[in-house]
Design a protein around this ligand. Sequence first.
Ligand SMILES: *Cc1c(COP(=O)(O)O)cnc(C)c1O
Length: 456
Amino acid sequence: MKQKKFYLAEQDLPKQWYNILADMPNKPLPPLNPTTREPLSVEDLTRIFNHECAKQELDTEHKWIDIPEEVQEKYTFYRSTPLVRAYALEKALGTKAHIYFKNESVNPLGSHKVNSAIPQCYYCKQEGDTNVTTETGAGQWGAALSYAARLYGLEAAVYQVKLTMQQKPYRSMIMRTFGATVEGSPSMSTRAGKNIITRDPRHTGSLGTAISEAIELATTTPGCKYTLGSVLNHVTLHQTIIGLEAEKQMEMAGEYPDKVIACFGGGSNFGGLAFPFMRHVFDGTHPNTEFIAAEPQSCPKLTRGKFEYDFADEAGYTPLLPMYTLGHDFKPANIHAGGLRYHGAGTLVSQLIKDGHMHGVDIAQLEAFNAGLLFAQAEGIIPAPESCHAIAATIREAKKADEEGSAPVLLFCLSGHGLIDMPSYDSFISGDLQNYSLSDEDIKENLTKVPHVDIP
Ligand SMILES: *Cc1c(COP(=O)(O)O)cnc(C)c1O
């Protein structure tokens, strides 16, 4: 019988994360203070983040960073995650390509986000913090953080966009089950929230309102740190556990990927899978691997955005980051892949795309759900709407290869399952979903609002 799944024994799990920042031939530009436009120091970042993550964010020296033993132990609760050969999907497609996926949906929270939530909470605990806070849109990050905070006895306060809290009630229930406080944003518990409600009592919230509230809580509460689930370098660093495991598992399968594919919101699951393989492009052992980031057609920062310094949040509170962006107050269409509705791309991936090492592709909403449905019916796993974009990009590559008469090895990240997103599938099956595309004018118009810092 052909082997379907590849697991690592617990003692073979990676003991270090891979810090691509130390390895990049062309380092990204530094994050800037939005007022002075000076590069930020670790101390600046420590105002809102824990010290260790602030250090990791700017670390251009250490190629390998030790995973603390207590984090390794928590990783064993659900790692290794399986590397799976998608024989059934291959058969359904009639393709000669070999398709593998790294299944990050098998942990207690159902997405890859917990890989970074655990170390972030661990460092807060080590440094004597008692509370953590964050914002969440669709709720995957809030759920992961609530669980990780509980593991280390921290209090978690999550600001969830009011509208999605109503649309996706199960994720708030999960957060409360792990003991977190969940507030619909805008809330009356912060000055920022009160101001918004006073201006507009029926405001249904946005990631911008939720970020403002979480940052206010972190800066006004002693022992409370702010955390983020994507975009930043340290988050993607933690996610390299995905690619480092996958590298060993591909070896067990006796293959090496020709193309590495993942969906793209801020870049953490894509970078997490891709960076360990990218290091073999840098060291020349596998120079021809292709890296494909699948973004939604309705939020095309990688393919149609501009490389500029921009804010990481809608409200303009965060440092300025050099990245591909559609403009920080870009309002993407209300597609069902909530985790991909983000205006910018993390700094590391942005630089690597700029330098021609990786590239993005745009996937329309209906193509994504068609791919997700095919995958579910073949492999028996209902993918998160975000992950459907990676599946669609993989299917495109398989079809292209069949036309060309080649049989490449394709590896994609199944970043999460869709079991809490069933209303999205229901709408798709009922024919109620549509595609959204943007005109060049829309994109140009929105880009006029970035701060326009000169790039050397
Ligand atoms: C949050 C999320 C994403 C997008 O975030 P990245 O940082 O780009 O990985 C993708 N898939 C799932 C399941 C998510 O929860």
